[in-house]
Write a protein that binds this ligand. Structure first.
Ligand SMILES: Cc1cc2nc3c(=O)[nH]c(=O)nc-3n(C[C@H](O)[C@H](O)[C@H](O)COP(=O)(O)OP(=O)(O)OC[C@H]3O[C@@H](n4cnc5c(N)ncnc54)[C@H](O)[C@@H]3O)c2cc1C
Length: 402
């Protein structure tokens, strides 16, 4: 038997943005529900086998140890430091990142959520319908392992990554054609590497490119990135399929096995390497972007745009995973940052619907910068705070500002 429940704030999706949104709303005194179709917190940040949290720091010649945004993101970083003091901010090329382990991130998220008595979490619960009356969301249907539930929220926050709730609510959205969409990603965790060869990050793509040209593998294999892990003998292969390729885990896992076999023939460092784990699924870098009251552009980012309703700061470059050219970077000037206006979170035409995380209102190019985890966490927090303000005051805190 399904249940009907009322709440103040309903957050769809428990990725890094959804956890931050739900904790911020609950801490503001709102009866908050966080619904997640998988069975864990952290979304891509947990299931993707990523190595670094990006978008936390100001990029420039001088390292700033303090995060660019304060609030929940700073708390998450400080809790991660406590659990693993060895994982310190580091510079890769022109950017600063925080190495992290997904187990510690999950532990931090779980303890933050558990501390909030106004927060209820439902796992294995997918939002499957959104009903509106006039310009307001009134009801969200859930399917929790075959049981239907109805939730009646005062504010709905879409943190699904793909704008799923906004789509179901009938919001307009942008979705780049498959030919333009950023490459998706699938990460393989390797152990047993005979390390010592520091040139592997260059050699691996070189050999895989040759193999792709010889048609041993599909052409997207040439965009594969290799990086070392923190532990001896550990490495990661980031495979980046285009959207026309199979997303079947079986197909991509078989391909990874074949790539490893090929690499072990070419490179002695790979001779004893084995696959210790892989992303849960092929992960999208780009999906639906519901249209908000403002759409952030490449110019806003590269000109370090500031706004009266700017709520999140970001210094991460535009990082586009292009299906023809591979990774392309466009950097802000040294030591500069831009702001994301609240209007990018406020879905156009639906008064009580906000988006946060990867699915805010930005252009295809701008998404290359806003989608990183540090930024998504701060966006989630701002959505949670704004929803509480809206419920208490009947308007958003930044309304009318540009
Ligand atoms: C290959 C790849 C590599 C990346 N590398 C990095 C990196 O190194 N560093 C970095 O900072 N960022 C990286 N990113 C970007 C970053 O991981 C994501 O953009 C970010 O984690 C998105 O967070 P989110 O909370 O918006 O969404 P997600 O993490 O996608 O979370 C959305 C959650 O919503 C849930 N959901 C979806 N629909 C529903 C529904 N209908 N009902 C209930 N739940 C639902 C999903 O199950 C998921 O848990 C990478 C991305 C990719 C694809």
């Amino acid at each position: 038997m399904g249940k009907e429940k009322k709440c103040d704030v309903l957050v769809v999706g428990a990725g890094v943005s959804g956890v931050a949104a739900a904790v911020a709303a609950a801490r503001s005194g709102m009866r908050t529900m966080l619904v997640e179709k998988d069975s864990f917190l952290g979304g891509t940040g947990y299931s993707g086998l990523l190595q670094h949290i990006c978008g936390l720091y100001l990029n420039g010649k001088t390292m700033q140890e303090e995060t660019l945004n304060d609030g929940i993101v700073r708390e998450i970083v400080s809790r991660l430091y406590q659990l693993s003091p060895r994982n310190k901010i580091k510079k890769i090329g022109q950017v600063y990142v925080l190495p992290y382990s997904r187990e510690y991130l999950a532990s931090v998220f779980n303890s933050m959520c558990r501390a909030e008595d106004k927060l209820t979490i439902m796992f294995n619960a997918a939002a499957v319908s959104v009903n509106k009356v006039g310009d307001k969301v009134v009801e969200v249907g859930l399917d929790q392992s075959g049981t239907a539930h109805k939730i009646f929220p005062r504010v709905l926050i879409d943190c699904s990554g793909d704008g799923e709730a906004a789509f179901m609510a009938g919001a307009d959205y942008k979705l780049s054609p498959a030919s333009k969409r950023q490459l998706a990603g699938f990460i393989i965790h390797l152990k047993g590497l005979n390390t010592g060869d520091e040139t592997l990050p260059v050699k691996v793509p070189y050999y895989l490119s040759k193999a792709a040209s010889a048609k041993l593998f599909p052409s997207y294999i040439r965009f594969t990135v290799f990086s070392f892990g923190e532990a001896p003998g550990e490495g990661f292969l980031k495979i980046n399929p285009g959207h026309e390729n199979s997303r079947s885990i079986r197909v991509i896992s078989n391909r990874a096995e074949n790539m490893l076999r090929y690499l072990s023939e070419k490179l002695p460092s790979f001779r004893d390497a084995y696959i210790d784990g892989a992303s849960l699924r092929v992960m999208d870098r780009e999906g639906r972007r519901p249209i908000g009251e403002y759409t952030l552009t490449e110019d806003d980012i590269l000109n370090a745009g500031k706004f009266d309703d700017g709520v999140v700061k970001n210094s991460w470059p535009i990082e586009l995973w292009d299906r023809k050219k591979g990774t392309l970077y466009k950097y802000l000037k040294d030591g500069e940052y831009y702001e994301i206006p609240f209007r990018c979170l406020k879905v156009k035409g639906i008064s009580n619907l906000l988006c946060a995380g990867r699915c805010i209102s930005v252009s295809h190019e701008a998404l290359g910068s806003t989608r990183v985890m540090g930024t998504c966490m701060s966006l989630g927090e701002q959505a949670g705070l704004a929803s509480a303000y809206y419920i208490e005051n009947g308007r958003y805190p930044h309304e009318g500002r540009k």
